[in-house]
Design a protein around this ligand. Sequence first.
Ligand SMILES: Nc1ncnc2c1ncn2[C@@H]1O[C@H](COP(=O)(O)OP(=O)(O)O)[C@@H](O)[C@H]1O
Ligand SMILES: [Mg+2]
Length: 263
Amino acid sequence: MSGAFFRVEGLTKRFGGLTAVNDVSFELRRDQIVGLIGPNGAGKTTLLRLVTKILKPDAGRIVFEGEDITALKPWDVVNRGICGTFQNMRPFRHLPIVANVMVPLNSPRAKSRGEWVKRMEAKAMDALEFVGISDMALEPASALSQGDLKRLEVARAIATEPELLLLDEPLGGLNPAESALLARSIKRLHKGGRFGRLHAEGPAVLMIEHKLKELMSIVDRVIVVDRGEVIADGAPDQVVTDARVIEAYLGSEHAAAAAALPE
Ligand SMILES: Nc1ncnc2c1ncn2[C@@H]1O[C@H](COP(=O)(O)OP(=O)(O)O)[C@@H](O)[C@H]1O
Ligand SMILES: [Mg+2]
C-alpha cells in the first residue's frame, strides 16, 4: 500500500443513466492546497460528497492515512479528521450562529482531547472570527445572508480542526474584497497559522471554486474534471494552458455551461 495521506481509486457514482463521477483516481499530500475545478455539472460536488460519505459510491475506494474509509458513515469521517462544507447550506436556523459551529464539535474526536462546552465555545468563536462573522455570534442563523451562510459553513468545518478540509465554493456570494480576505485566510490556515485556539498544524485542503483568480493565487495544484473524469492535474500555470481544459470550459458543447459560470 502506498503511503499517500489521502487517495481515491476508481471512484464512480451514477444517478440513473448519468455517470456523474467516472472512475476518478488521485492522491492528495498532507502539505498541499489543491483546487478542484471544471464546468458546471462536471461532478465536483458529487466527488466531495462521496468523500464526506453523504453519497455512497457505486465503485471505487477512499483511503485516508492508510485506512480504507469507503464504508464509513459521515459522522465517522468527521471524527477521523475529514470535514467539508456543503454547496447548499442548511444551518439550524433558530440556533445562535455560535451554537451552529459547536454542533460538529460534540464528537468523540473533540472530547478525546479533553474539551468540553467552554472550550468548544471558545473554538467556535475563533472559527467565526476566522471567517469574519464573530460579531453576529449570538444572532440566530436565520439572520445570515447567503454569503454569510457560506462563511458559517466554512467556520463549522474548520472548527473541527480537520486533517483534510474540503471546501465547496467557499467564496460563493462574497464580494471581491471578502473573497480575497477569506482566500488568504484559508491559505494561512493551511500553512499552519494559528487562529486563536485553532490548528497548530494546518490541514490539507481540497477546494472547489469558480473564482479562479482567487483560487489560483492560493493553490499548489489544480485537478480539473469534466463530465465526471479527471482531464488535467498539475501546477496552476500548466493547467490553465492545457488544451483539454480550455476545450472543456470553452468548447461549443460547453458554451452554455461556461457562460453560466458564476462571476
Ligand atoms: N442527487 C442527484 N441526483 C441526480 N443527479 C444528480 C444529483 N446530484 C448531482 N447530479 C447530477 O450529476 C452531475 C454532476 O453534478 P455536480 O456534482 O453537482 O456538478 P458540479 O458540482 O461540478 O457542478 C450533474 O449532471 C447533476 O445534475
Ligand atoms: Mg457543485
